[in-house]
Design a protein around this ligand. Structure first.
Ligand code: FE2
Length: 162
């Protein structure tokens, strides 16, 4: 989804309109990636089997709840910057940095895939922290930084479960 300056609401903020458009577009991509990760984490929660069932089932529940809350935070930051959020699940699938998938392997494959996906979303956000800092958008820089911490912790916990 492309966002132009003309799509941005007028506001008395020191963050330039063009920078708000750019940031909103990038936040839209992190929203799509986070939404995809939310879905994939929940589908592991539902479908995991084997000796790791209880621990992975509980771990992924805590993780998808955190992701659901962060989806809302990211979307509302886009609105606060004066833009509209991306709409439509197909938009999210297209804009996500991690791939959609329609089947899983065993528990080990699930954990490896999810750990990698968490890090891929964190890496995308890390790139966008620089954009936020250059635009003096300190709140977005902080939001993305805290999400990177949560995703890297999730990746560690998933990998440590193996
Ligand atoms: Fe559940």
């Amino acid at each position: 989804m492309t966002i132009q300056s003309t799509d941005i609401r007028e506001m008395k903020t020191d963050i330039k309109k063009a920078d708000r458009a750019d940031m909103a577009e990038k936040l839209g991509k992190t929203l799509a990636s986070t939404y995809m990760l939310y879905h994939k984490t929940q589908s592991v929660h539902w479908n995991v089997t084997g000796p790791l069932f209880v621990s992975v089932h509980k771990l992924t529940e805590a993780q998808y709840e955190d992701l659901a809350a962060s989806v809302d935070e990211i979307a509302e930051r886009i609105r606060a910057l004066g833009a509209e959020t991306p709409v439509g699940l197909s938009t999210y699938v297209n804009d996500s940095v991690i791939d959609d998938q329609v089947s899983w392997g065993d528990a080990k494959a699930m954990l490896n895939q999810l750990a990698g996906d968490n890090l891929a979303v964190a890496n995308q956000m890390r790139e966008f922290v620089k954009t936020a800092e250059d635009a003096d958008d300190v709140f977005t820089a902080d939001l993305l930084t805290s999400r990177i911490g949560a995703l890297e912790e999730a990746a560690w916990m998933l990998s440590a479960s193996l």
